[in-house]
Design a protein around this ligand. Structure first.
Ligand code: DC
Length: 221
């Protein structure tokens, strides 16, 4: 399935930036699956649904009219007619999206939607379980890593740029907690697919990682 390239990894590993750059470079669509879990967390919060109530969350997921508008750059995520691209990036959504993503009913609904969105398209699928669970037949699979310090620093800078006043210590602690949640959940934990190529981006800028991926894909073809 050479129409699908998967890029997985923990928060702050650079996978969103790299997926976006790569998609633009090779003219693929970018599927940001983390944004979809964030949208579920946002909708559940608005509906005041208990985040451990799988049945209600499953029902909510089925009722969500979630789609990406990829005609604009950067792509926008829409819930019905509402552009929620900004609202899902609030700091509270970091932890809440991680919580809802551990719920079986939510994962089943999102995996099915992700496969539907990918049908017939050329996509870079970015997330935690793209290569291992959602698109096991993908033509190329990458798993990005970086040291905890560098990932925390990237997240800290992102949040400062969004105008938040947050300490580096808090960002580091939250990242550690989210890593633990994402790695230790029983369904589809964050883990590289067996056939994924690992790339450590600790000392590489995004351009260098993109070049590396392009080189690896040529060698692999
Ligand atoms: O990539 P992100 O930080 O936007 O993802 C938000 C949360 O969603 C993350 O804590 C884990 C979860 N997630 C997931 O479980 N599976 C995916 N494919 C993508 C994200």
């Amino acid at each position: 399935m050479n129409n699908i390239i998967t890029i997985d990894g923990p928060g702050g590993s650079g996978k969103s930036t790299i997926s976006r750059m790569l998609a633009e470079r090779i003219n693929f669509l970018y599927l940001d699956t983390g944004a979809m879990y964030r949208a579920v967390a946002l909708a559940a919060t608005r509906e005041k649904i208990d985040l451990t109530d799988g049945k209600k969350l499953g029902g909510l997921c089925k009722s969500l009219d979630l789609h990406f508008n990829t005609d604009v750059e950067p792509p926008r995520l829409l819930l019905g007619d509402e552009d929620i691209s900004m609202a899902i990036r609030g700091p509270e959504m970091d932890m809440l999206s991680s919580e809802v993503s551990a719920v079986r009913e939510v994962r089943e609904a999102m995996v099915s939607l992700q496969r539907k969105m990918a049908k017939g398209a050329k996509i870079i699928a970015e997330g935690r379980d793209m290569g291992s669970v959602v698109f096991p037949e993908a033509g190329h699979k990458f798993f990005l890593t970086a040291s905890h310090e560098v990932r925390a620093e990237r997240r800290y800078r992102e949040r400062l740029e969004r105008g938040e006043s947050v300490s580096r210590g808090i960002v580091e602690a939250e990242l550690r907690k989210r890593d633990h949640q994402d790695e230790s959940r029983s369904i589809s934990p964050l883990r590289p697919a067996e056939d994924a190529i690992l790339i450590d981006s600790t000392d590489l800028n995004p351009e260098a990682v993109v070049e590396k991926i392009l080189d690896l894909m040529i060698v692999d073809c």
